[in-house]
Design a protein around this ligand. Structure first.
Ligand code: NAD
Length: 284
């Protein structure tokens, strides 16, 4: 079977449509025009939410995704911003609030890698990854939390005043040689999110870490594109298939909904069992 087929080892079972459990809610998804972010946008819209799609540099794919959202009968807008820029984040959030009315759900998804052997890693590579993956989440969360606090709980919309879902990675727990900037940024996302969850809980604001394993997107194309690479990758995945972006979208909807209202400050791994240390399945 070809490693380039959609599900080289069988994909997720058909699980049907996502139920409309976010009706009337407004979501902002950063890095929302590609990969996991785009799947989150689609899942949120299917669940009934209106969506602001942030992109950094490609308006056309963001706009075509917005059209898909509108075809489901939801409102959609696109908004350009570099999440590592304080000024751009402030204006993105105020534009989203102006046009959608408010924000109930923030998905801090934007992220990147700039890999290098440790002693060759430049300060620019280090800073770029920390600035986007960690400082970006700080800036977006701070701006949106001000709106959550201003608005408070609207019981007919949600029993929380706001939900923050921060995209992390299994590398917030699994060390990753050759990617120390990325692992450090995602480790930082863990304690950032837990600390804001503690601080904001009295205001009925929830913050959750969503940590994917290997998901089929552009960020990790070399790890799944050839059959050989895919087979190697599967040694790390007990469920023996790569994750699809929709695997993340479905969990995100649940985390953003009142069905998970008693969850805050914890990490949900969506990783096909990668966190089970599969190397220990035999021997050890
Ligand atoms: P992706 O490259 O398709 O998505 C990353 C998105 O972030 C892109 O749309 C990109 O334009 C955007 N982005 C980058 N820098 C930005 C900036 N400064 N401002 C605004 N947007 C910016 O890859 P993906 O796999 O969909 O990644 C999404 C998130 O999931 C990332 O945070 C990534 O670390 C995380 N993740 C992915 C995997 C995986 O296996 N694919 C695993 C664990 C975690």
């Amino acid at each position: 079977m070809s490693g380039n087929s959609t599900h080289p080892r069988g994909g997720p079972p058909y699980v049907g449509r996502i139920p409309e459990i976010l009706t009337g809610q407004k979501a902002l998804v950063t890095g929302g025009s590609t990969g996991i972010g785009a799947a989150c946008v689609r899942a949120l819209a299917e669940a009934g939410a209106d969506v602001a799609i942030n992109y950094r540099s490609d308006p056309s794919s963001a706009e075509s995704l917005a059209e898909d959202v509108r075809s489901l009968g939801r409102a959609a807008m696109t908004v350009q911003a570099d999440v590592s820029s304080e000024e751009q984040v402030e204006s993105m959030v105020s534009e989203a609030v102006d046009r959608l009315g408010t924000i109930d759900i923030l998905v801090n998804n934007a992220g990147l890698q700039a890999d290098a052997p440790f002693e060759e890693m430049t300060l620019d590579q280090w800073r770029r990854v920390i600035d986007v993956n960690l400082t970006g989440q700080f800036l977006c969360t701070r701006a949106v939390v001000r709106e959550f606090k201003r608005r408070g709980v609207v019981p007919e919309v949600s029993c929380a005043a706001g939900k923050i879902i921060n995209m992390s990675s299994v590398h917030d727990a699994i060390p990753w040689a050759g990617h120390v900037n990325y692992a450090a940024s995602k480790g930082g996302v863990q304690m950032f999110t837990k600390s804001i969850a503690q601080e904001l809980a009295p205001r009925k604001i929830r913050a959750i870490i969503l940590s994917p394993g290997a998901i089929r997107t552009n960020i990790n194309r070399p790890a799944w594109e050839s059959q050989e690479a895919y087979d190697d990758l599967m040694k790390l995945v007990p469920l023996d298939r790569i994750g699809e972006p929709s695997d993340i979208g479905r969990v995100l909807v649940w985390l953003a909904s009142d069905f998970s209202d008693y969850i805050s400050g914890t990490t949900i791994y969506v990783d096909g069992g990668m966190m089970l240390y599969p190397g220990f399945a035999e021997g050890g």
